[in-house]
Write a protein that binds this ligand. Sequence first.
Ligand code: C2O
Ligand code: CU
Ligand code: CU
Length: 502
Amino acid sequence: MKATFADVAILPGASTRVLTYQARVLSGAADQLQAIPGSYLGPIIRMARGQRLRVNFINDLPEDTTVHFHGLTIPEGMAGHPHGADIVHEGGTFVYEFDIMDRAGLYFFHPHPHMRIGYQVYHGLAGLLYVTDEEEAALELPTGAQDVPVVIQDRTFDANNQLVYNAGGMGMAMMMGFMGNRVLVNGRPDYELSLAPGPNRLRLLNGSNARTYMLTWQNDMPFTVLGTDGGLLRSPLTRDRLVLAPGERLDLWVDLTSQKVGTELVLQGQSLGYGMMGGMGMMGGMGNMGMMGGMGNMGMMGGTGAMGAMGSTTGMTGTSGASFPVLRVRVEGSAPPAATLPTTLSAKERFRVEDAMNAASPRTFRLEMAHMAFLINGRSFDVEAVAEDEKIPLDTVEVWQYVNATPVAHPMHIHNTQFNVLERTIGAASSYDYDTVRRAFVDEGWKDVVLVMPGETVKLLVKFTTYSGMFMYHCHILEHEDMGMMRNLMVGDSGAGHNMGG
Ligand code: C2O
Ligand code: CU
Ligand code: CU
């Protein structure tokens, strides 16, 4: 697999220069590697739990990169950490090789070089990795054309169809995270999906740099959720709306059995979590930015000016701006063989708070803002640094808590683990509109990203297994991460090397 440049047709007219992963199968079944049809995103790698993945990677970019397989349990040295020998320099190569140990689900991979993640992902580097296992196979969920990846990203193009990124430089643009002025799905604008009038499975990934979406069906059809970041839930859940933050995945059952052929359904989004900025008196500063049209939440999508959209925000934790279409589904074709929604999906039990070593004194990470940067416990990323409170025992359930003392929402990601959300609490000052947001979270399952709203404290049950070593945790707003809202964790005995026994 090679990271390189390509010129692709995205919009009518001039082609767009992007970054892309080009891949081919060296050994293994040919169908374990697929393209996302018509897209510069991808490829899709399909693996069964227990298989070994080997990727011979070539960096054909004029800068450093690494490949990070997001959500998987990976040995230290294979996780794309931006340090030492893990960095793949311009023209360099690297072999990523590890066993797939995680549950069935949608995982993904993307670059992880220090301070360039936002740039490289924005320009197109992101691929999907599906894991299957026996538990999932036994459910006979929809497959093939009835199992569709939906990678949601926002992008801005200039008059010549070229991607625009961070035109405003560092500063406020980076504080908000970069927001594009139009939505692409699977790398394509105005995405239309044709689905059979039966059960379908949509695998959503928010691959945006910074935008968090509140999703609804325009016809108010409820969502049936099968799974989250780390695979299937114990049983399906129903939600009338969903929140999807950068890095998060949702596995949806979309039953179109009762829909007439020819029906069009619209999945629509609203931006979430940035309404507070207007109330913070930052509008003046934001108005100075060249990219504010895109940043002003749905300014360009909703057809109102950026400032207007900002002014219409509904509160500290609410959605803002008009809703916009994410994709359109056209019901077409003939009914596929009937499949029924299983009542039980997975036997895997959540971690129990009674099993945590520190329920009375959670490991606390305070998200703070100072000097135009976001910090974790007062610290910024330092390639090799690990603080005392970032040394984590292996094979131990712990309660962690993120306390968000900043005015923006942060989707906090932890490498090398799937955790559970234990509880959320929010301060009275931030509670306006919170109930709408709260009922759109799917906190029941296995997660590697959790959205922490302004003023909110989120408690997690976290456990690392199998590998000790240095891993990372960070905000998945890529501009926050690039600005240093990321830290190392030392899991297990530091210096003891890998525990391969798991
Ligand atoms: Cu998807 Cu360290 O990130
Ligand atoms: Cu990750
Ligand atoms: Cu953040």
